[in-house]
Each structure stands twice: as structure tokens, then as C-alpha cells.
Design a protein around this ligand. Structure first.
Ligand code: EPU
Length: 327
């Protein structure tokens, strides 16, 4: 990436005085990894977010927007541009609808919905990061997915300088995918449409979700969530090599046409493997943890090693789930 000129940096800092120079992204990612953002700024409102983006574009400074930093791997060399944290946390409930700005933490939105007696988003309680990030990646867990609850997404279209609202169908949600991963819209607000229900039932379900998460996923360690997507297949012949590899494949995986990456990694006995301070979690094969001072390069090397092993031994190509900045 081309180095930003001193002139561009100074001009930006004059117009956006809350911006910082050379801010380490390891301070802002859940995995505590990431080199310096040449410029870094928190946008506390969507109006401010749009102003900052406008100024960056005017000064020809590349920019990237992120939410909670929970699914991010930022390069050790950082990002030569402005990294903007979308931090508008505003939220309101209108009947069965919860309208949340992108920076609202997913867990806070889930709890507010349950407290208001709305059901259908209890699973959101343990999802790290923000609603904007969850919509962007069609986050999901324990049977729920954003695509089942989103009714509309308000965005900013930088190419036309205007706002654009997408319906659920227009979001083109897929497994851990949406059109926002492919088209450069800036997510401003997500509207969830939930079911009127019972507050106590919703809160109880939420506690169950938290318990399940505690039982199966690493707690209290620095991680970026699941590193790989689970492997989706259409045709059983894709599993020929896997089928020859010892004991059987659970029936549920075959009916769902999805093989969990964590299960594949576990099968190869790779849990606990480390490169530098990056480690495949001993608790769950699809979580990588930072044992203290890991570099992004270590995570990438470990991820390549895992992909190679899974490809060579089980005939399956794993795809990254985590988002990359600065590579
Ligand atoms: N498994 C193993 N060993 C492991 C890990 C998993 O055998 O080390 C087995 C489990 O026993 C289970 C199966 O694999 O039979 C699936 O595991 P789990 O229920 O933990 O779910 P997952 O498919 O690994 C997905 C999402 C998670 C989400 C959980 C819970 C992906 C890539 N991951 O994980 O989402 O929290 O379901 O619903 O889709 C994320 O996307 O970052 C994420 C954490």
C-alpha cells in the first residue's frame, strides 16, 4: 500500500481532530493482534461516520470501517489509511421491530429485545461484536441466523453519495455471507423483525444459549471467533476421501450438508497446535487463540498449516471466515 503523505495526514487530523495517528489495532480487536492504523477514529454517530468517510474520500485516503473487532485479523504492518470504528450504539424498539445502529453491541440488542418481550433473537446474546458486523457476516449460532430476523438494512452508498435501504431478500444472505461482503455499502442501521412473546421465556432461553456457549467454546481467551467457515457440500462424492478416514461422519452433518471445520481439525488431532503464540484452541478446533503477543503472521501461518493438512488428509478445502484488513 502507498504510504500516506504527511500533507494528507495533517489535513485529515485538522478536519477530524478526534483521529489518532499510528494507533495499534491490537487495542481494538478481540484477538489482540494488529499493527498500526496510520489514522484511527471512532465515529460515535452515523452522521459523524458519514462526515469522516466524506473527508477521507475527498483527501484520497483509503478507509475501512469496522464494528466490534471480534472477527478481524489485521496485518502486523497495520493499515495505511484511516480505520473507522462505527460506534453509533443507538437503538429503539417499535412494536415488533428493533432498529439498531451498526455500532450497537449484538448482545445488548438481544437483551433489550428479550426484555421487551420479543422472541427470536435470544441466540444473539453471546455473539461478540456489533449488529453491523453481525449483519455484514450473517452471523449465527445455536440455530439462529441474522437472515431469519433482519427485515431491512439501511446503508450509505459511497459510489452515489446517497442512502439506500435493502430488504431482507436484497441483502442476499448466505451462510456467513451477504451482499455487503461483496459490494462497498456502509452499513448504518439494521431493523430486526421479531415475534411478540414472553419476556421470561426469552430471558430463560438466553441463559440456555450462554450455557451452551460456555460448554463448547473457549472462554476468557483472546480469539477472533471461528477462523474457518464450516464446509458446505452439495454432492456426497466431495466426501470420498473423508469417508475413507476411519470412523463415520455423524448423520446430522450429512443431512445438513455441512461438515464443521472444528470437527475436521479435531479429527486430525490438531487441537492445541501452536505457531509462535498463536494456538488452535484446545477446547474447540475452529477457534484460534492468542496466548499473548501472537502476531497476525503466526495466525496466518497456522491457518495455512491447518488448511494444508485438511486438504491433504481429508480432501476438503477450508475457507476463511475471519475478515482481513491490511493484507
Ligand atoms: N466439534 C468437535 N471438535 C471440536 C469442535 C467441534 O468434534 O473441536 C464437533 C461438535 O461436537 C459438534 C460439531 O463439531 O458436533 C459442531 O460444533 P459446534 O456445535 O461447536 O459448532 P460449529 O459448527 O463449530 C458454529 C458456528 C459458530 C457458532 C456455533 C454454535 C461456524 C463457522 N461456526 O460452530 O459461530 O457459535 O456454530 O451454533 O459456522 C463464528 O462464526 O465465528 C462462530 C463462532
Amino acid at each position: 500500500m502507498n504510504k500516506l503523505s504527511e500533507e494528507a495526514i495533517t489535513s485529515f487530523l485538522q478536519i477530524v481532530p478526534t483521529a489518532k495517528r499510528d494507533e495499534l489495532m491490537s487495542n481494538h480487536t478481540s484477538v489482540k493482534i494488529g499493527g498500526p492504523a496510520r489514522l484511527y477514529v471512532v465515529a460515535p454517530s452515523n452522521a459523524e461516520l458519514l462526515r469522516i468517510i466524506g473527508e477521507a474520500a475527498r483527501l484520497n485516503i483509503p478507509f475501512v470501517v469496522f464494528g466490534g473487532g471480534s472477527n478481524l485479523l489485521v496485518a502486523d504492518d497495520g493499515y495505511e489509511g484511516v480505520v473507522i470504528q462505527a460506534a453509533d450504539r443507538s437503538m429503539r424498539i417499535e412494536g415488533e421491530r428493533v432498529i439498531a445502529a451498526s455500532g450497537a453491541p449484538t448482545g445488548v440488542v438481544a437483551r433489550a429485545a428479550a426484555e421487551a418481550g420479543l422472541e427470536g433473537f435470544e441466540w444473539g446474546i453471546g455473539v461478540p461484536g456489533t449488529i453491523g458486523g453481525a449483519t455484514y457476516g450473517n452471523a449465527g449460532c445455536f440455530g439462529g441466523e441474522m437472515k431469519d430476523v433482519v427485515s431491512a438494512v439501511e446503508t450509505y452508498d459511497p459510489a452515489h453519495g446517497s442512502r439506500r435501504t435493502f430488504s431482507n431478500a436484497d441483502c442476499r444472505f448466505g451462510y456467513r455471507d451477504s451482499r455487503f461482503k461483496h459490494d462497498p455499502y456502509i452499513l448504518l442501521e439494521t431493523t430486526l423483525l421479531l415475534r411478540p412473546g414472553n419476556r421470561e421465556t426469552a430471558l430463560t432461553r438466553m441463559t440456555e444459549v450462554m450455557e451452551k456457549r460456555k460448554a463448547s467454546q473457549p472462554q476468557g481467551s483472546f480469539s477472533a471467533g471461528c477462523l474457518f467457515k464450516n464446509y458446505e457440500f452439495q454432492d456426497g462424492s466431495a466426501l470420498d476421501i473423508l469417508k475413507r478416514h476411519g470412523d463415520g461422519i455423524p448423520e446430522t452433518f450429512l443431512t445438513q450438508k455441512r461438515i464443521p471445520a472444528g470437527w475436521l481439525i479435531d479429527r486430525l488431532g490438531l487441537k492445541g497446535t501452536s505457531i509462535g503464540q498463536a494456538q488452535i484452541s484446545p477446547v474447540h478446533g475452529n477457534f484460534f487463540v492468542n496466548r499473548g503477543g501472537a502476531r497476525a503472521q503466526d495466525v496466518l501461518a497456522l491457518s495455512s498449516f491447518v488448511k494444508m493438512k485438511v486438504r491433504d488428509e481429508l480432501g476438503i478445502l477450508l475457507e476463511d471466515e475471519v475478515q482481513l484488513i491490511g493484507w
